[in-house]
Design a protein around this ligand. Structure first.
Ligand SMILES: NC(=O)c1ccc[n+]([C@@H]2O[C@H](COP(=O)([O-])OP(=O)(O)OC[C@H]3O[C@@H](n4cnc5c(N)ncnc54)[C@H](OP(=O)(O)O)[C@@H]3O)[C@@H](O)[C@H]2O)c1
Length: 328
């Protein structure tokens, strides 16, 4: 089969190749999936650079999520049951950017036919993270403020729509002026362009600071989001797009009782009961249909143009880049 492969970690635009590799064989409890499409997420790019929480064993194939059709089961009841189904494919082992992928039967989630490929391919990572952060980890109540950075991205947009759906209010931090109106049209309550006075502007907009904040950027942006918290406020860090550390002054942290926590979907999902996850998938399906947890501005590239795809994904202001995988 053909797959995207890298032999060493490094700049994704330099190290990725499309070449012939052996088709993976599913073991017991696993399924073989004929892949249809897979997004280029920030986590994939970090993985290829060797900067992610999971280290690749080269030669490796990237791709943590995607959509495909279950072709075969390696044994086990669930795998047999999934055969022939169109599924969202979660893969933290061998990668989805190839004509076929192998993952555990528990990590393929049937997706109804009325959910298009682009949405099915992005069915898990961002929707589950947006729901888990707002509804489970922080449990932001109606009327409460949630501040977020990287608000114009795919996940940020879902958080804005979840705010509309469940009644919490969002303060959204972006890095370009033109994104202010765009996000307001999508339902953002407040949109602020990042800058040195961001903490004061967050405090002003929220009447004293946000009780909750989420930050996938880190660096100065993360520091400012932390400083914009209300007394007793909680910041959840869940990414490091800037590649830079957050500066923490212990004095206000202690005096104002601020908390910094972390979130990683893979770990969180493993800690949940099966029933919780099944309910989560059901909620994602229904909110994807409503357009609340849908991915906007999808740009497709054929798998053979993976180098152009990863370059595009790393450009400021890019939408979600999707690799279209057409098997032979
Ligand atoms: N911990 C977890 O389990 C988990 C799960 C899902 C996602 N995440 C993280 O969530 C983040 C967003 O994912 P996504 O799929 O929404 O990505 P995305 O659609 O590519 O959007 C990324 C957004 O981040 C902004 N951004 C990129 N680099 C930045 C920087 N250095 N400073 C400030 N803003 C920056 C971009 O701004 P522009 O619009 O200006 O380009 C864009 O709006 C990623 O860091 C991802 O790793 C973490």
């Amino acid at each position: 089969m053909r797959a995207v492969v890298f032999d060493r970690v490094g700049d994704p635009a330099e190290v990725l190749q499309v070449r012939e590799v052996d088709r993976p064989e599913p073991g017991r409890g696993e399924v073989l999936v004929r892949m249809v499409a897979s997004p280029v997420n920030p986590s994939d790019l970090m993985y290829i650079r060797g900067e992610y929480g999971i280290r690749p064993e080269c030669p490796a194939t990237p791709g943590f999520e995607g959509v495909g059709v279950v072709e075969a089961s390696g044994g086990g009841l669930l795998g047999r049951f999934r055969k022939g189904k169109r599924v969202a494919v979660v893969n933290d082992r061998r990668g989805n950017w190839g004509e076929y992928a192998v993952t555990t039967a528990r990590q393929v989630i049937p997706v109804p036919a009325d959910i298009p490929d682009a949405q099915a391919a992005t069915f898990f990572v961002n929707p589950a993270t947006a729901l888990a952060l707002t509804r489970h980890v922080l449990n932001v109540a109606p009327g409460q403020w949630l501040a977020q950075s990287a608000a114009a991205g795919a996940l940020g947009t879902m958080i804005i729509r979840l705010g509309r759906k469940y009644g919490f209010r969002t303060v959204n931090v972006v890095r370009h002026d033109r994104q202010v109106d765009e996000l307001k049209k999508r339902g953002a309550d407040v949109v602020l362009v990042d800058g040195t006075d961001l903490p004061e502007r967050i405090r002003h907009a929220t009447g004293g600071g946000a009780p909750f904040a989420i930050d996938p950027v880190g660096g100065e942006t993360g520091t400012r989001i932390l400083e914009g918290l209300a007394p007793g406020g909680r910041l959840v860090v869940f990414g490091s797009l800037s590649g830079r550390p957050i500066a923490v002054d212990p004095r206000p942290l202690i005096a104002r009782d601020l908390r910094i926590e972390n979130f990683w979907l893979g770990r969180w999902a493993k800690q949940q009961r099966v029933l919780t996850m099944l309910k989560l998938f059901k909620t994602i399906r229904s909110l994807a249909r409503e357009g609340v947890l849908s991915t906007e501005r999808v740009e497709e590239f054929p798998m053979d143009r993976v180098t152009d795809a990863v370059r595009r994904a790393a450009e400021p202001g890019a939408g979600k880049v999707l690799l279209r995988i057409v098997g032979r």
